[in-house]
Design a protein around this ligand. Structure first.
Ligand code: NAP
Length: 289
């Protein structure tokens, strides 16, 4: 990757502000737009998008889309129309964006723009699992009246989050059970010394846990299963919208549920920004910039 590149960071939250700082520390020519209320920006925000058409790279936030047709820009005092932002972007530059949906991709295509979704990259998902799991452990430690050491814990799902979380819980001295839906995952769960359960066969095996953490992006803890949990059990749901836990039923049953979204940005924005920076650099390298 050649240096310095002209890179615009547009909209977003604290992660985007820290990303701008990291890019500037790497000696790129950084322009910032739509982050006026962010603390410790490396330089003042641009007042308009003049000049963005000459950028080598534009980084849009994660998620790109805020409410309605606006850019996700919680640190900007103005509402920024997504269509007007896209109109200003350079067709030849590399436009990186987090969580690109079909409608957004179509809007970009109409303008001859190719959006590179950094959130869809495996290396970013794995890197994000680290602050997510640390954030989940922090929440569990704050909410539980007992230590994780010696606790009986159940992790639902054995993907990126499930694997790392099981490992961290075991390292802290918790008794770890893990549910999965494939024989291969169950073999790995047993190989690591955890107790394996089939996700489809959880009924009748849910009592006795101090902590249940869901990582499955599907409705896995409905009313019937929530009824089987011990009264003092804490449920942490890490699955993205709509989540995996029936929160209305949990409320009626008195089950304590914490739905913990966007943990990397909340618990470790610097780490989250570094992971985005690395993914953006990988995209630029692949695009021959
Ligand atoms: P992942 O690697 O795809 O793992 C998902 C796990 O759920 C896998 O074990 C998968 O099984 C299982 N699964 C998926 N659909 C299922 C179904 N219908 N029934 C039973 N099992 C099912 O995903 P991840 O990276 O661990 O992320 C998990 C969730 O957390 C996602 O919703 C992600 O967006 C979210 N997330 C949240 C945060 C946060 O801050 N809260 C941060 C990062 C990610 P198979 O492998 O057999 O398919």
């Amino acid at each position: 990757m050649k240096k310095p590149l002209t890179i615009w960071a547009v909209g977003g939250d604290l992660r985007q502000a820290r990303l701008a700082r990291l890019l500037q520390a790497d000696e790129h020519l950084v322009h910032i737009y739509g982050l006026e209320n962010a603390p410790e920006l490396p330089r003042p925000c641009e007042t308009g998008l003049d000049g963005v058409a000459r950028a080598d790279c534009v980084v849009l936030p994660v998620p790109v889309r805020g409410e309605g047709g606006f850019l996700n820009a919680p640190l900007c005092p103005r509402r920024l129309e997504l269509s007007r932002i896209l109109d200003a972007l350079p067709p030849k530059g590399v436009v990186c964006a987090g969580q690109v949906d079909g409608a957004l991709r179509a809007m970009a295509q109409e303008r001859g723009l190719a959006l590179h979704d950094y959130l869809a990259r495996e290396e970013l998902a794995v890197a994000n699992a680290v602050p997510t799991v640390e954030g989940a452990l922090q929440l569990a430690m704050e909410a539980l009246p007992v230590t994780l050491h010696g606790s009986r814990t159940l992790v639902l799902g054995y993907g990126r989050l499930g694997r790392l979380l099981s490992h961290r819980l075991a390292a802290l001295g918790a008794a770890v059970s893990v549910s999965a839906r494939s024989w291969a995952d169950l073999a790995w769960i047993e190989a690591y010394g955890y107790t394996g359960l089939f996700t489809d066969g959880l009924d009748g095996h849910l009592a006795g846990y101090d902590l249940v953490v869901n990582t499955i992006p599907a409705p896995v803890l409905g009313e019937e299963r929530l009824k089987q949990l011990s009264p003092s059990c804490l449920v942490l749901d890490l699955a993205s919208r709509p989540g995996g836990v029936d929160r209305a039923a949990a409320g009626q049953l008195g089950v304590k549920v914490v739905w913990a979204l966007a943990l990397p940005g909340r618990t470790a924005p610097e780490t989250a920004a570094r992971a985005i920076r690395d993914a953006v650099y990988h995209i630029l390298q692949e695009q021959g910039v």
